[in-house]
Design a protein around this ligand. Structure first.
Ligand SMILES: C=C(O[C@@H]1C=C(C(=O)O)C=C[C@H]1O)C(=O)O
Length: 255
């Protein structure tokens, strides 16, 4: 099997992040089909044996258990939200390319992603209201959580590539545990600017009303998810959390 590292470049990992933007925008569009549906998140809405808390926690925990048996978390790019008590994989092991330093496994920011998604993003992009579709709503929330988690933890791969390209700059900062210098070294303002612009454009294009027979631009600024909300979410949370993952990974890189 060819050495993965000769295919792993900053350009290739950035291309993957660009492709993941599509999945993130579409997952938000699909969640926005439902109103807030607050009982989904209310621990007092239902009770069943086993401490599940809210309905969304039940759906996430049980879905992650099934996906763990199917081998999902054998992939180093995947991170469960409830890692405790996950069942072992039941499928033949797949040889994932070993790119990351094994210490990468300690970097997991899913608790923060959970908090930010439900408390900062969700109220901004879904309509108020309750249509009773709580199980479907929870399934859409899980899709959003998983695609955001994959994107943000991709910061490990980005950091690995940057380390390999410029290890003489990174090594002293890692040994000095100098997070500020590490953050300065890995930050690419022009790329961040382009990311924020592109995700807003994708939200406009993917979320527009498609009319047939009349090509006039009748969208009148109506989109399934507000492009400005998507762009601001990337700027305020997705990019900063990705960079936190990069810094945390680099701090473990020489373990
Ligand atoms: C992911 C990268 O690292 C940083 C994080 C970025 C992001 O989360 O979109 C973009 C540029 C960098 O500041 C990168 O350099 O591509």
């Amino acid at each position: 099997e060819s050495d993965v590292s000769d295919r792993l470049t900053l350009e290739s990992v950035r291309d993957s992040l660009i492709r993941q933007e599509d999945s993130i925008v579409f997952s938000l569009i699909e969640r926005a089909r439902f109103p807030l549906n607050a009982p989904t998140y209310d621990p007092s809405y239902f009770s069943m044996p086993g401490s599940y808390g809210s309905l969304v926690e039940l759906v996430v925990k049980q879905t992650e258990a099934v996906q763990a048996k199917a081998g999902r978390y054998e992939n180093p790019e995947e991170h469960p939200f409830f890692p405790d008590d996950l069942p072992p994989s039941q499928v033949p092991p797949h040889k994932y390319p070993r790119v990351l330093n094994p210490a990468a496994v300690f970097v997991n920011v899913n608790k923060k992603i959970w908090d930010v998604y439900f408390n900062k993003l969700l109220p901004l992009f879904v309509a108020p209201g309750d249509d009773g579709n709580y199980a479907s709503t929870a399934a859409r929330d899980l899709e959003c959580l998983q695609v955001l988690s994959r994107r943000i933890h991709y910061g490990k791969l980005v950091a690995e590539v940057k380390f390999r390209d410029e290890w003489t700059h990174y090594e002293p900062a890692i040994r000095a545990r100098d997070k500020k210098t590490l953050m300065d070294l890995l930050t690419a303002p022009a790329v961040e600017k382009a990311v924020k612009k592109r995700v807003a454009k994708k939200a406009r294009i993917f979320g527009q009303e498609v009319k047939v027979g009349d090509d006039s631009d009748e969208n009148k600024g109506k989109y399934k998810v507000d492009p400005a909300v998507v762009s601001r979410f990337y700027g305020d949370w997705v990019i900063p959390l990705t960079k936190d993952v990069e810094v945390q990974y680099l701090l473990h890189r020489l373990d």
